[in-house]
Write a protein that binds this ligand. Structure first.
Ligand code: CU
Length: 223
């Protein structure tokens, strides 16, 4: 799995050369890191390593890591949730997923991941986290789908202001990866399911985005 740049190491190298790393608040990818402009400022490197950038050293202050496992119990990903000015930053890294393609990725309403649940793997996590009672695409727990590379890895960095970390901790939730892409209930009116009362998304699509089986699940416990 590709590693994200280690700001600490980069900053340390620049500091040793008498330089300071200047990065934007959103700078977390390789391009931005390699394009960072060294300056001759004598400002110490304080702040460069104070971001929510995941490192191997554990969760940053205020953040929480959710470990996702597949139906066989193998770890396939870690998602770090970090409070960020009225929103939550979501940073996930996955491996061992079906190579190539999109997978629905949501927050579900119950902190229970049972791969052997009678109702289907991880059905114990319930429906999407949806305190507003809206349709899919507008659910608070809807996140952008994962795009999985040919080697089965995926990375996602996104942000949502539809919930706070405290909201999620109130009752606990589960993060789930699905087997199929998520249509976000975007079904134009020229489509109509057989037997559906009207064109556009039917009831199931409005609830699930037709993302299919649940292939990985991780709990954010109530706290
Ligand atoms: Cu889901």
């Amino acid at each position: 799995m590709r590693r994200l740049p280690t700001r600490t190491a980069l900053a340390a190298a620049l500091a040793a050369a008498g330089l300071t790393l200047v990065m934007s608040g959103c700078g977390a990818d390789d391009d931005q890191a390699s394009a960072a402009t060294p300056t001759t400022s004598v400002t110490p490197t304080t702040g460069v390593t104070g971001s929510a950038q995941p490192t191997s050293g554990g969760a940053a202050a205020g953040s929480v890591d959710v470990v996702l496992r597949d139906v066989g119990g193998a770890v396939v990903g870690v998602v770090r949730l970090t409070p960020a000015a009225g929103a939550v930053r979501v940073e996930g890294r996955f491996h061992g997923l079906t190579p190539g393609g999109y997978h629905g990725f949501h927050i579900h309403q119950k902190p229970i991941c049972d791969p052997k649940a009678p109702g289907g793997a991880f059905s114990t996590a319930g429906a999407h986290y949806n305190p507003g009672g809206t349709h899919h695409g507008e659910h608070a727990g809807d996140l952008p789908p994962l795009l999985v590379d040919k080697d089965g890895t995926a990375e996602i960095i996104t942000q949502s202001d539809r919930f706070t970390l405290d909201d999620l901790r109130k009752g606990g939730v589960a993060l789930i990866v699905h087997a199929e892409p998520d249509n976000l209930a975007h079904i134009p009116d020229r489509y109509q399911a057989s037997g559906a009362p009207s064109p556009g998304p039917d009831e199931k699509t409005n609830a699930t985005g037709d993302a299919g089986d649940r292939i990985a699940c991780g709990v954010l416990a109530k706290s």
